[in-house]
Design a protein around this ligand. Structure first.
Ligand code: MN
Length: 387
C-alpha cells in the first residue's frame, strides 16, 4: 500500500477545514499520513490532535504557546515556522493542505511548491493575491494544485473529461450568507453576532463575514479564473439559497453540468486529497426526493463587494493585493466592533478606487505582500488598532 500513501502537511490544523481534513484522514489511515501540522491558539485541541496524529514537525503560532509533546517532534513557531513546515522534506508524494486564513497563507504555498509539494488549497488569499505567479510556479516545479472549496471542487468535477474550448460559462453558486433575507436598509445596524450565523455552512469567522458581504464569492470568482483559466466575462456568480448545487458549468451547446451534495466540507476535502478519485466517506447522502432548488440573479447593488472583486481583477496589478488587504483589515475591525457592517464595503471601495496603487508593470510577489501589509496597517491605525 505504501506506493499510494500521501504525506500531508496541514497548515491551520485546528481550524474548521483543518479539523475536517483530519477527520477524512482518520477514515483513510492506510492512504494518508500527517507529517506536519501548524496549530493556532486553541491549545487544548492542538494537544489532542498532535498526540493523536504524531506529526514529525509541529508549528505553533507563537513561541509562548509551545507545550511539551510526549514523542518529541521538531518544533517551530510563527510565520518562519510555517515556512519551515512548507520546506520540510521527508517523502515522495507530499501534499501541503493550506487551510490558513488570510494572506499569511501565501508564502507557505510558494515555499511548498518550490519544495515540490503538491497543494490542496483552502487558503483563498493565495490565488487572489498571486494567482498568476502561483500558476507559473506549479508549471515550473511540476506539482499539482487542487482546490478545497465546495464551488471549485464542483467545477473541477464538472470539467473532468471536458475541453476548455467547449466551455461557455462557469456558474458559481452563492448561498447569500447570513443576511440574505435583509435589505440594504436593514443592514445598517446588524451585529457581529448576527453576521456569524451562517444559514447553511459552519465555517470560521473570517469566511463567514466574507460570505455575508459576498466578498467570499468575489474571491471565488478570482480563484476560478486562475484555477481553470477562464476569462472573467465567462464566470458568473448565481444566488442559490439551498447550497445543494455547489456550482455548474455551461457548455457551448447549451448543456449544463452541475455537482450536488449535502453541505459538508468533508466531501470537497476528500475529493482534493484523492483527486481524481472519490473516496468512501461517512458523510450524509443527499435525499433528492422532495428537494427544491432555487436560482436567481446576485444583485451588485445588494452585494457591492462582488462588484469590487471584479473591478479589482479588471484593474489587475496591485489591486487584488489591495482588495484583499482592505478586506482583511475591514473584517478584522468589524469582528472587533470598531466599524459597522456596511463600513466594510466603504473601506474596500475607497482603497480599490484609489489611483496610488497603479503600476505600469506586473508587481512582484514581494511588492504585493509589502503593499498589502501597508494598506492593512494603515486601515487599522485609522481606528487606533495597532498590532
Ligand atoms: Mn466556497
Amino acid at each position: 500500500m505504501d506506493e499510494v500513501m500521501k504525506y500531508l502537511y496541514i497548515l491551520g490544523a485546528c481550524g474548521s477545514i483543518g479539523t475536517q481534513t483530519l477527520d477524512v484522514v482518520r477514515q483513510h489511515k492506510e492512504e494518508y499520513r500527517v507529517v506536519g501540522m501548524s496549530v493556532g491558539s486553541n491549545l487544548e485541541l492542538a494537544k489532542k490532535l498532535i498526540e493523536e496524529f504524531k506529526p514529525e514537525i509541529v508549528c505553533f503560532r507563537k513561541q509562548e504557546h509551545i507545550f511539551s509533546i510526549s514523542y518529541k517532534p521538531i518544533v517551530v513557531y510563527g510565520d518562519e515556522g510555517l515556512l519551515a513546515i512548507s520546506r520540510y522534506r521527508g517523502y515522495e508524494n507530499e501534499w501541503l493542505v493550506n487551510a490558513l486564513v488570510g494572506v499569511v497563507g501565501l508564502l507557505p504555498t510558494v515555499t511548498a511548491i518550490k519544495a515540490r509539494k503538491s497543494i490542496a488549497l483552502a487558503n483563498k488569499e493565495t490565488l487572489v493575491v498571486a494567482g498568476d505567479i502561483i500558476n507559473e510556479l506549479i508549471k515550473e516545479y511540476k506539482v499539482d494544485l487542487v482546490p478545497i472549496d465546495s464551488e471549485h471542487s464542483a467545477i473541477l468535477q464538472c470539467l473532468r473529461g471536458e475541453e476548455k474550448k467547449d466551455i461557455d460559462k462557469l456558474l458559481i453558486t452563492a448561498s447569500g450568507g447570513s443576511f440574505r433575507n435583509k435589505t440594504r436598509e436593514e443592514l445598517i445596524d446588524v451585529t457581529v453576532e448576527d453576521a456569524l450565523r451562517h444559514p447553511n455552512w459552519s465555517m470560521g469567522p473570517k469566511i463567514t463575514i466574507d460570505s455575508a458581504t459576498m466578498m467570499n464569492k468575489g474571491f471565488e470568482v478570482i480563484e476560478a479564473h486562475y484555477l481553470f483559466g477562464i476569462a472573467y466575462e465567462h464566470i458568473e456568480a448565481v444566488y442559490h439559497p439551498e447550497s445543494i448545487v455547489h456550482s455548474l458549468v455551461q457548455f457551448n451547446d447549451g448543456s449544463i453540468k452541475a455537482q450536488l451534495g449535502v453541505s459538508d466540507m468533508r466531501i470537497p476535502i476528500a475529493y482534493a486529497l484523492a483527486y481524481p478519485k472519490h473516496l468512501n466517506g461517512e458523510t450524509e447522502r443527499l435525499n433528492l426526493k422532495g428537494c427544491v432548488l432555487h436560482f436567481d440573479e446576485l444583485s451588485l447593488d445588494r452585494y457591492p463587494c462582488l462588484g469590487y472583486a471584479y473591478a479589482a481583477a479588471k484593474k489587475g496589478g496591485l489591486y487584488l493585493a489591495v482588495l484583499n488587504a482592505a478586506n482583511e483589515a475591514a473584517v478584522y475591525l468589524f469582528l472587533n466592533k470598531k466599524i459597522s457592517f456596511l463600513e466594510i464595503e466603504h473601506m474596500i471601495e475607497k482603497e480599490i478606487n484609489s489611483s496610488v496603487y497603479e503600476r505600469n508593470y506586473t508587481p512582484s510577489l514581494e511588492e504585493r505582500i509589502t503593499v498589502g501589509k501597508e494598506v492593512y496597517l494603515k486601515l487599522l491605525k485609522e481606528y487606533g488598532e495597532i498590532i
